[in-house]
Structure formats: structure tokens, C-alpha cells
Design a protein around this ligand. Sequence first.
Ligand SMILES: Cc1cc2nc3c(=O)[nH]c(=O)nc-3n(C[C@H](O)[C@H](O)[C@H](O)COP(=O)(O)OP(=O)(O)OC[C@H]3O[C@@H](n4cnc5c(N)ncnc54)[C@H](O)[C@@H]3O)c2cc1C
Length: 417
Amino acid sequence: MAHPERIVIVGAGHASAQLCESLRKNGHEGSITLVGEETWLPYQRPPLSKAYLLGDFERERLFVKPRTFYDDARIDLRLGIRVEAIDRAARTIRLSDGADVPYDALALLTGARVRPLDCPGAGLSGVHYVRGIDDIDGLMPAVEGAGSAVVVGGGYIGLEAAAVLRKRGLAVTLLHRSPRLLSRVASAETARFIETLHREEGVDIRLGTTISAIEGTGRVERVGIEKTNADHVAADTQEEIPADIVVAGIGVLPNQSLAVAAGLTTEDGIAVDETCRTDDPAVFAAGDVAWHPHGHWGDIRLESVQNALDQAKACAAAMLGDPVPYDATPWFWSDQYDVKMQSAGLPQGYDRAVWREGEKPRSGSCWLYAQDRLICVEAMNDPRAYMTGKRWIEAGVSPDPDAIVNVATPLKSVSAA
Ligand SMILES: Cc1cc2nc3c(=O)[nH]c(=O)nc-3n(C[C@H](O)[C@H](O)[C@H](O)COP(=O)(O)OP(=O)(O)OC[C@H]3O[C@@H](n4cnc5c(N)ncnc54)[C@H](O)[C@@H]3O)c2cc1C
């Protein structure tokens, strides 16, 4: 593809702000149009389920860049406008305000949306989600007047929300379908650590449990729950829990309908190669929506700031005709109470997990191996373990797991076999 003159970006999220910056930094002089259906400038989502929900983080600080950045970088910002369709033959997109915008290269950075609850009563007032600024601005006043909450979902979002709600003094019951927390996104050892943490903080955790109905007159008053069996299918035992609010964090769905309608290949996300290119050489995707090949872990869709930023950089390079394969080691963090969890690599496909106790209270790290190769470290209140593990994973170094477990040996003395 010749150097594109007109670049159009769909979605004004974290990845898009980075893409704008990288395109200009890499020398793109032509036009950049950024279309986002939210009315906000691109913002960071991580504080939403943490300090922002707690009321400790000003909204202005959420924005990835100030408005002046977009003005200075000559970005044609179209906020509060949805892209309705892509005409790949004509190379134009159709906007919700009726305009058609032509492109030479198109980036689909449409992210993901929350998976909605589908039980009876899911539409009642008092049912909340945790994805965007508007969600949290609606949730905060509801928390103010509430005494109890049911959190649905024991992934990172649900757990972070539960931690904030406890800090705000609510009685919290947390439901999770699987027999253990963080079932898709962390090792069993780390999940146990996090479970203990939340139980110590007073969260009533119900594992192997799902929501069956939300009841109340006009607004949430109680939640029906039922046990799931080993296959996570609802089994018979039923119970009712009083609740003033329900907060759901049961995962997200990639925003890929535009790509599907345009005939691009999709899986669990828009399929791209390792340079962020779809099967149309003029169309790219990155961030939460991108289904991409990722080294040891195979084809995957990642939901993290690191992935959004690094993939946006790779996307800029590819759009400008200088592709660099994207293979950054995934890293992630989560804050719950006084625990900062940091991980490098992905907790998938491992056959051995070893735990190293930390030096401080509420600390420790889990080290995951696949066929003797270190593939992931999850560190709780232990930045040294995180940094060391990340460095080893990036260098392809796999220390002896028995040496890792031995807390008498400082990590720096563990031989990097
Ligand atoms: C509450 C919360 C806490 C998080 N905490 C962490 C954390 O601690 N650590 C971490 O690494 N990651 C965290 N994440 C994940 C991280 O925020 C995401 O991975 C990141 O925001 C993805 O950026 P993105 O630009 O790909 O997508 P998004 O941020 O989802 O942005 C996509 C944008 O595109 C818009 N859009 C979609 N379709 C259209 C259309 N047709 N037309 C116009 N606009 C459209 C969407 O409305 C959205 O604004 C968290 C996420 C949430 C929600």
C-alpha cells in the first residue's frame, strides 16, 4: 500500500490516543480523523474501578491527552458520533450524523463493551456496569445511598469494584460461577491469595454461584442466586440476598459488528496478523478488539493497557508501510485494598506453578512454567518479583522452580539457568 494520505480511526479510546501520537511521531503528515461514539476525549479506564470510583481521582486526570494535544497534532476529532458502516470498495465510512468520510487507511480501535446480565430484573434501576466514565458517574451516587451490594463476577473488574464498595462501607456479596476466582485470568494460587484477601476484608464470596433473578419494586431490593454444578450450569439450590445495588462485571464482548458487516475475518475479535493488518490491506485493528497471533500463547485477544498502547504503536508502523511484528510480553496490574498485583506473561498453558512467599504481609508471587520454561509471574505487593520475572521471561530465561520457592535465596542470587 502506498503511503496513506488520509487516515481514519474508529473509536476514541486508550489505543486511539496512542495511535494518533505514534502516527505523527513516525512522520505522517496527512490527515487523521478520529471518530468516537463517546462524548469524552480518549481516557484511561483503569482508575474507573479503583480510585475514581472511590472518589479519590479527578475526572480531568482520566484523559490520556489534553485537548490541546489533538489540536496541535491536527487531529480532526469527531466525538459523540458513531461509525455506522464501512464501504471497503469505495474506501469510505458512514457516520451517524450522515457524513461519509473517505480513507486511504482505516484503523478499527473499537474496543469492547460489557456483557450484559440476562436474568429477570436485569433492567431494574440499581443494576450497574463498570466500563466507561458514564457508568461510574451513575454508580457513584447509587453507592452513596446504599448499604449493601451484590457484585456479579469474580474477575478483576468485579473484585476491584468489590474492594472499593467495601472501602465505602457497603456489605458486599460477590458471586462467581466457577469454583475459583479469576478463573480465566490468573493462576489458582493467585486466585486463592486474592480470595483470602477479600474474605479478610469482609466480602461474602460465593463461588460456584450465579445470579438467577433481580427483584424489587421499580429498583433492586434482592437478588436470587443459585449454585452451579461442575460445568457451571445452574443446579437446584436457591437463595435470596437483600441488596440495594447490583454491580456486574461478567466480561466484555469485542465491538466487531462493523468488521463483520464489512466482510472482514473475525473470531473473538477482529482478526489481524502480527502487524495489526486485517485481511484487507487498507484496514487495521488494535487494542481490546484485536484477535492476533501472540508468540507462545497463539491467537488471542488481550484486554490491557499495555496491549492497547504497544499494539497501537505497531499499528502506526504498519499503516505507514514500515511494519514491525508485535510480540511484546503482556503485562497487567490490579489494585485491591492495599495489594498491588502485577503480572508479566499470561497464566495460560502452564503445567507447573510455584509460590514464593513475600517479605511483607499480604505479599507473595506465583511463578508459572510450561515444560520447564518460565511463562508468567504474578506478584502481589512484590515489585521486585514482578520486575525480575518480567526480565527473565523477556530474555527466555527459566530459573529452577525449586530455587524460586526458597525464600532464603534472594531472587538476584537465583541462577538464571
Ligand atoms: C474498569 C476497568 C478497569 C481496568 N483496569 C485495568 C488495569 O488495571 N490494568 C490494565 O492493564 N487494563 C485495565 N483495563 C483494561 C483497559 O482499560 C483496556 O484494555 C483498554 O481501555 C483498551 O483500550 P482500547 O482503546 O482498545 O478500547 P476502549 O478503551 O474500549 O475504546 C474503544 C472506544 O471505541 C468506541 N467505539 C466502539 N465502536 C464504535 C463505533 N462504531 N463508532 C465510534 N466509536 C466506537 C467505544 O465507545 C470506546 O470509546 C480496565 C478496563 C476497565 C473497563
